[in-house]
Design a protein around this ligand. Structure first.
Ligand code: GLA
Length: 607
């Protein structure tokens, strides 16, 4: 639109004549930090938020879970945005169905909740690669989460695209989004202030200027992560409130004060214990926080599930720790959205602190049992390999534009060799086969990468590698290419002449199955008989290591080491009658059974 000079001067005159009118119009909807407080339309506002991630909750349940948030007394829902959900191929964006985050935000508004948005683009969150798309690692020289233009350019492009979806839903534009976090706990990662300023600028340029931007960090690293012009939130766990808020007050003498992640539970690693924490102590601390007038966001209000391949992994004390599929987190709503003791106690604490009686707690339909079913049909992975890529040395998944799943490396041993077979570097778990027979497995969690072998000339060597989830925390995430990242040596000499089979396992239902024995790694198929669809927990304890799909939905991972032994199966993904279930397992034992239980098995036990 062309605006004439005279119209501009007329507008300027009006502005000069009646500034208060203009300011009031602008302030009709505003959320901002001012005078040491958060202010909603100019009035003090205390954020009482809880976190749940749209990608970790079946879309059919978004509204139920938002209602439960409101009924616990929360006024705000917090969510990360996971970049890797929306841009799986560079420049191709998906905001449909389960990924329609704008709809999640609108539903929150319809249920009377404000939204605290965490667009990152780094999320952490025990989510694959902290939310980054795997393709960022295709060029091994790219340094993610820093000032490298090879990272900053796609990050900016993504944030600008996200702004189109969500900027219109900010409070200043009539939507529910009141706060937008810049990056995520950057102070725990580095101190490149120019990088933080750039992400801040990207968000502003994406249109996120009609809500209050802020940063969130551990209180001890505020100087590294905070930005001078923005409120700083602090993240910590139970028992820390008084001490941590004191640190924040020292850093910023004026508020607003917000505990931007209060860790009400914790996540689980494969091969480790299931974590639970003290509900009563946390309810008391929540009451204390609110009584001080501070704001808070519970991490998590409802953890949900890292469906499919989307679990992340930690790197701690030089060891790789992949997370289980469940993200129950011991939060107020359990993995399947059912209120726990924490929910009841937190609800009471919030009501006591605010004097507001929340809406009644909605009921959740009971979970269902599904009779045991033997998976009698199978399809061998060996017989269903895609076309290989030939290469003198191993290539990674990222080299082959593959994000998740498995990858198979095959070669023929030219001359007889006795010695060490070394996978340099193994990311993350490998089964090694000689002439089709398994001869050993190697596990990155345990620091294993070497197998003693004695191989005849002409042996067909297969190395099947699982991507167990990219690291989402610490600078170690920068090297998270998957498969075998450098080379394979046998008795000290590099092996060459590889055939490499990318196995993203996107459509296992398309394989042809038969009621016959199967060798090597296999897919097993059966059917779950359901009378009345409802949530269930698929007991996978008969299986060894692999993955489960039901009616084409990727549920998640199986690993007999636990602690998780049953996968959450959402009712909306089932129908009355026969439901197709497929299990991929590295073990070839036919006829094993699955059954749906009414309770989770997060600690390996049936309760
Ligand atoms: C940090 C991160 C979160 C999450 C928690 C642990 O606070 O910001 O994304 O990883 O740790 O659950």
């Amino acid at each position: 639109m062309k605006i004439s000079r005279s119209l501009i001067s007329a507008l300027a005159l009006i502005a000069l004549a009646s500034p208060s009118v203009l300011i009031r119009a602008e302030e009709a909807h505003s959320f901002r930090a001012a005078h040491g407080q958060f202010q909603l339309d100019g009035k003090p506002f205390r954020i009482i938020a809880g976190e749940m991630h749209y990608a970790r909750i079946p879309r059919a349940y978004w509204r139920d879970r938002l209602r439960l948030a409101k009924a616990m007394g929360l006024n705000t829902v917090t969510t990360y945005i996971f970049w890797n959900e929306h841009e799986q191929t560079p420049g191709v964006y998906d905001f449909s169905g389960q990924r329609d985050v704008a709809e999640f935000v609108r539903e929150a508004q319809q249920e009377g909740l404000y939204v605290n948005l965490r667009p990152g683009p780094y999320a952490c969150a025990e989510w694959e690669f902290g939310g980054y798309p795997a393709w960022l690692l295709k060029d091994p020289t790219t340094v993610v989460r820093g000032s490298d233009p090879k990272f900053l350019e796609p990050a900016r492009r993504w944030l600008l695209r996200l702004g189109k979806e969500l900027a219109p839903l900010q409070y200043g534009n009539g939507g529910p989004i009141i706060t937008v976090q810049v990056e995520n706990e950057y102070g725990s990662f580095g101190d490149d202030h120019a990088y933080m300023q750039q992400i801040h600028q990207d968000l502003v340029d994406a249109g996120f200027n009609k809500a209050q931007l802020y940063t969130a960090d551990g209180a001890d690293v505020l100087t590294k992560g905070a930005l001078p012009d923005l409120p700083a939130g602090i993240n910590f766990g139970p028992g820390e409130s008084k001490k941590e808020f004191e640190k924040l007050k020292k850093f910023r003498s004026e508020g607003p004060y917000i505990n931007s992640e209060y860790w009400v539970g914790w996540f689980d690693h494969w091969g480790d214990v299931h974590h639970t924490t003290d509900a009563k102590q946390q309810a008391d601390e929540l009451f204390w926080t609110l009584s001080q007038g501070h704001s808070i966001s519970l991490y998590m209000f409802h953890g949900g599930t890292s469906f499919g391949w989307m679990n992340g992994a930690n790197w701690d004390k030089n060891s790789y720790q992949p997370d289980v599929t469940s993200y129950d987190y011991d939060s107020p709503l359990d993995e399947s959205g059912r209120p726990t003791l924490k929910y009841t106690l937190f609800r009471e604490a919030i009501a006591k602190a605010t004097g507001v009686t929340p809406p009644p707690v909605p009921t959740v339909a009971p979970a269902i049992a599904i009779p045991a079913t033997a998976l009698t049909q199978s399809a061998s992975l060996w017989q269903n390999l895609p076309k290989p890529v030939a290469s003198p040395k191993p290539l990674t998944m990222e080299d082959l534009d593959q994000a998740y799943g498995y990858i198979l490396y095959r070669t023929t041993v030219a001359a007889a060799a006795k010695g060490d077979l070394v996978l340099d570097q193994l990311h993350d778990y490998a089964v090694v086969y000689a002439n089709g027979q398994p001869i050993g497995s190697l596990d990155r969690r345990l620091g294993q990468n070497t197998l003693a072998v004695d191989l005849a000339a002409g042996t067909k060597l297969d190395i099947l590698v699982e991507n167990s989830g990219r690291i989402n925390f610490t600078t170690e995430l920068r090297g998270e290419r998957k498969g075998i990242t450098k080379q394979v040596t046998l008795a000290g000499k590099p092996l060459a002449g590889w055939e490499i089979f990318p196995l993203p396992m996107a459509s296992p239902e398309k394989l042809s199955y038969a009621a016959a024995a199967c060798t090597g790694a296999c897919f097993y198929r059966g059917s779950l008989e359901v009378n009345e669809p409802g949530d269930s927990f698929l007991d996978t304890s008969a299986f060894t290591k692999g993955f489960v799909w039901v009616n084409g939905h990727p549920l998640g991972r199986i690993w007999s080491i636990g602690p998780q032994k049953a996968l959450y199966l959402p009712g909306p993904w089932l129908h009355k009658g026969q439901n197709e279930v497929i299990v991929f397992d590295i073990d070839s034992v036919p006829g094993r059974a699955l059954e749906g239980r009414t309770k989770p098995m997060l600690d390996g036990k049936v309760h």
